[in-house]
Design a protein around this ligand. Structure first.
Ligand code: PLP
Length: 427
């Protein structure tokens, strides 16, 4: 069946082959954890609409902060002016992360691009040409060219392979409940990293604690601590891509804090504005920033976007931080809400590699055939779940839940019930 003719004639959807995918339903509203469809039953949003919706859909305080700001100042060129919402957000994020400088951009990919450019130019400004970048197998950092180059090479970026700069790739020692090999895996990876760091390295980039698109693949804090030690001894800069993991998703405000490491650069987006508006921020330590200051024009970071520090985005981000600060228990205790549901799946014959970090719960389906994103089991489970009122989007045979913080216990229970019955029936 070719669905081409059934799709909207003007819209080009992301990450979707329309020939083999039935057209989506229209969503006309969102409320809390719910997506309200036109002429179809309401769905529980089990994945926060691609991991962005933090507090809930149409959360009223963020919505009114945006409305208020829109009537005050909607946009101003940030190369020549600053504005109160950016100043406030700067003070807050800087005091929350200990990294003093914020550079604004538009999304997660640009927040990563900026971090990468800062790291490379930092060495350049010091008169040292370090070009090696170390990244991890399974990594995903976005879809712009630099971000693609950092990510795992696969079907998604194959057409551009020859145009992507080389990156030194290190295995990612993923772990799960009952993993007895983890020490060995970590030791192996650390020795590979140590070896690679013998070559002068500009930066090491990673998704702290959880690789998202790579399959909700989790590592232990102790691994990241040992990694940080090696990186810092080598002088290379450490970039944590917290586009997914930031803003409470891993049980602490930022995942690097739970991991017990200290990055030089952090990329932020998604939950930054509570998921209301597209915005990226790259946080940099003062050590990084200082190398870009001087009379010589070539020291400047010649990078910017039309909507840099958009006041609506900043107002949304400040309102979202207000909510996180008022209710830290919503993300700090989320893990304990997933836990009993995952425990009840632990002995299921079709379920393996259960893992949990903060608000992110995942497991693999035991299915034959190619493992990973192209495995069809997830697609069938997704269709079943939607039919039963829950929106999930498995990554191939990896099933995960990453709900908005406002999801009720009943709604969370329903997500697990539907997933479990879907696995029982289909897999
Ligand atoms: C860890 C990570 N980095 C970067 C990105 C890219 O963000 P965006 O889609 O906003 O460009 C993503 C998106 O899922 C991500 O998960």
């Amino acid at each position: 069946m070719n669905y081409y003719k059934d799709w909207n004639k003007h819209l080009w959807p992301p990450f979707t082959q329309i020939a083999t995918t039935s057209p989506p339903e229209r969503v006309i509203a969102g409320h809390g954890a719910l997506l309200i469809r036109d002429k179809a039953p309401t769905l529980i949003d089990g994945i926060s609409s691609w991991w962005v919706t933090l507090h809930g859909h149409a959360e009223p305080t963020v919505a009114s902060a945006i409305e208020k700001q829109a009537k005050q100042l909607e946009q101003v060129i940030f190369a020549d002016f600053i504005h109160p919402q950016a100043e406030l957000l700067g003070e807050r994020l800087s005091s929350l992360t200990g990294l003093q400088r914020l550079f604004f951009s538009d999304n997660g990919s640009t927040a990563v691009e900026v971090a990468l450019k800062m790291a490379c130019q930092w060495w350049h400004n010091h008169g040292e040409q370090r070009t090696q970048i170390i990244a991890f197998e399974g990594a995903y950092h976005g879809d712009t060219f630099g971000a693609m180059a950092l990510g795992e090479r696969n079907l998604f970026n194959a057409p551009f392979e020859k145009m992507l700069f080389p990156v030194t790739r290190i295995p990612w020692p993923a772990t799960w409940w009952g993993d007895t090999e983890i020490e060995k895996k970590e030791e192996f990876v650390l020795s590979q990293l140590d070896n690679s760091l013998k070559k002068p390295t500009a930066a090491v980039i990673l998704e702290p604690l959880v690789q998202g698109a790579g399959g909700m693949s989790m590592v232990r804090p102790v691994f990241l601590q040992k990694l940080e030690k090696l990186v810092s001894e080598s002088g290379a800069l450490l970039i944590t891509d917290e586009v997914l993991t930031g803003f409470g998703r891993c049980g602490t405000l930022f995942a690097y804090q739970r991991a017990g490491i200290k990055p030089d650069l952090i990329s932020l987006s998604k939950g930054l504005t509570g998921g209301f508006l597209p915005m990226g921020i790259t946080m940099a330590s003062e050590k990084i920033f200082k190398a870009f200051v001087g009379e010589e024009p070539s020291l400047t970071l010649w990078h910017g976007h039309s909507f840099t520090a958009n006041p609506l985005g900043c107002a949304a981000a400040n309102a979202s931080l207000d909510l996180l600060e008022a209710h830290p228990e919503r993300y700090e205790s989320f893990e304990s809400r997933h836990l009993p549901h995952l425990e009840s799946l632990a002995n299921h014959p079709k379920v393996s590699k259960i893992r949990l970090t903060g608000t992110i719960a995942a497991f693999d389906l035991n299915v034959p055939g190619q493992q990973g994103y192209l495995n069809h089991a997830g697609k069938a489970l997704k269709a079943y779940a939607i039919e039963h009122g829950v929106f999930i989007r498995p990554l191939g045979n990896v099933v995960y839940l990453l709900p908005p913080l406002c999801i009720t216990d009943e709604q969370l229970e329903k997500c697990y019930e539907v997933i479990k019955s879907g696995v029982d029936i289909l897999i």
